[in-house]
Design a protein around this ligand. Structure first.
Ligand code: AN7
Length: 370
């Protein structure tokens, strides 16, 4: 039976052999080949979606949270804290509940998707809505964690990054190799850092980002890879500090998960781009929503807006010729579409209403079958 990524990858993670994992059986998410989309955009490419929305709380954050909470419990912590645009708070709340410890989350008031808010509330965390954005919440959270007996579980916690690197191991196992390109959204920039560490360890290569792991328990990742992918990081136009090369004071985007103006892992992300020969680029909100819907309707894969930017960016860079035909590409779809029902409903056709009577409904269906 699969019991989560710490049990599966224990020898490749900074965890002792006898440490009891705080786990919800996260990881082992599907790698789905997009079979209809390449033809739809008239490109000969292989695109796979790593659907992280299939994690227990519906996002990739669970990979990092199982590690961060396992470590926090081992250190004797009774409480954890995080700032969040939504998914981190949902995951922290669930893993804290699992571990039987307290959880405090700071979120920007009115700016997190409904599904995520419901998770943080339902799992019993203390939800503190701040009149401010994520970046302000992040700064406050670091100050609070320094002053109070609460363990910070944002991706500045190196155990988060360690857990999240396992996504690369799964892609390598599924494809038998690295893809040519690996694309993902960039918000606080922890996940692109983690992906790059995972690929680098599997290739027996070093990376600047690995220095953040100094002081952790030793582990050994076997070499299973001859080459690393080119890393592509995409940001929303209204929240694109890395693309612009400077912090964004008032970030704004429909993709609230990545509404971040001053990412904590900025330097490591830039290093991942440079070391892999990749780049950072931006997509507009319209491009994000268009591709979110196209993916849902052409492939049956429903991801949240922030996740769709990985594919939106890839399609744009294919069109621009920056990615060549014949390439193999993996896009990490970081979170489930159900996280943000408001945005999905706002851009979809309204359901029709009919009397509860056979003839009326039959007429509607006949009309649509024409
Ligand atoms: C769906 O929950 O930062 O670049 O506080 O929820 O590693 O930050 C979420 C980020 C991409 C960006 N996709 O990842 C939070 C938070 C989704 C996300 C990102 C997030 P990072």
């Amino acid at each position: 039976m699969y019991t989560g990524l710490i049990d599966k990858y224990r020898d490749r993670l900074p965890v002792a052999a006898d440490t009891r994992a705080v786990s919800l059986n996260e990881g082992a998410t599907p790698l789905i080949e997009l079979k209809n989309l390449p033809a739809l955009v008239r490109k000969k490419v292989s695109i796979h979606a790593k659907f992280e929305g299939a994690n227990p709380t519906g996002s990739f954050k669970d990979r990092g949270m199982t590690m961060a909470v396992t470590q926090a419990v081992e250190e004797g912590a009774r409480a954890i804290i995080c700032a969040s645009t939504g998914n981190t708070s949902a995951s922290a709340a669930a893993y804290a509940a699992r571990a039987g410890i307290a959880c405090f989350v700071l979120i920007p008031e009115g700016r997190i998707a409904l599904g995520k808010l419901s998770q943080a509330m339902m799992h019993g965390s203390v939800v503190i809505q701040i009149r401010g954005n994520f970046d302000e919440g992040m700064r406050l959270t670091q100050e609070l964690a320094a002053a109070l007996p609460v363990k910070i579980v944002n991706s500045i916690n190196p155990y988060r990054i360690q857990g999240q690197k396992t996504v690369a191991f799964e892609v390598i196992e599924a494809l038998g190799d690295a893809p040519d390109y690996h694309a993902l959204p960039v918000g606080n920039a922890g996940n692109i850092t983690a992906h790059w560490i995972g690929y680098s360890e599997a290739a027996g290569e070093s990376t600047q980002a690995l220095r953040a792991s100094a002081g952790m328990r030793k582990y050994r990742t076997p070499k299973t890879l001859e080459r690393r992918p080119i890393m592509l990081g995409y940001q929303a136009s209204g929240a694109a500090p890395i693309v612009r090369g400077r912090p964004v004071e008032n970030p704004e985007t429909v993709a609230t998960a990545i509404r971040i103006g001053n990412p904590v892992s900025w330097q490591q992300a830039v290093a991942a781009g440079r070391e892999s020969g990749g780049w950072f680029a931006e997509c507009t909100d319209d491009e994000i929503l268009h591709v979110q819907k196209m993916l849902a309707q052409a492939e049956g894969v429903f991801c949240e807006p922030a996740s769709a930017i990985a594919l939106a960016g890839v399609l744009k860079d294919l069109e621009l010729g920056k990615i060549g035909e014949g390439s193999s590409i993996v896009c990490t779809l970081t979170g489930h579409g159900l996280k943000d029902p408001d945005t999905a409903i706002a851009q979809s056709a309204k359901p029709m209403t009919a009397d509860a009577e056979l003839k009326a409904i039959e007429r509607v269906i006949r009309e649509r079958l024409k």
